[in-house]
Design a binder for this molecule. Sequence first.
Ligand code: ATP
Length: 133
Amino acid sequence: MKTMQANVVTPDGSVYNGQVEMVSAKTTEGELGILPGHLPLVTPLDVGAVRLKHDSKIQLIAVSGGFMEVRPDEVNVLAESAELPSDIDVARARAAKERAERRLEQAKKDNIDFKRAEMALKRAINRLDVANK
Ligand code: ATP
């Protein structure tokens, strides 16, 4: 089976690098699956799980936005934050989720605090999803 190099990096350093058979990621336009030989592209990422298929196993990574750069033999995910399931602190994500939910109840729908709380809630739910899969 054909493979390509996949790298996931954050401002804190590398989270993953290795040969993979497929990458799928949540872009701002929707879910996008990449196979080796894909045409070059750069796309912004949403908060979501990046899936890396290797030896028929799927490695999940929780990513909080950033960019994905695709070349025929390489995919680079440049993420604002990225965690492997084993690195996710579930208690911290649960606390962040509850904090964000409280703030959403208090904040008015159109203000900056509401948007911030919405994004924080998305990150927390994504981490809990990835940690539980
Ligand atoms: P919190 O309110 O708990 O800080 P957050 O969504 O605001 O959550 P981020 O700003 O996205 O956090 O991330 C800051 C740093 O903390 C990043 O390096 C990220 O990987 C790490 N991080 C955040 N939440 C968790 C978690 N639940 N488990 C492991 N690492 C986390």
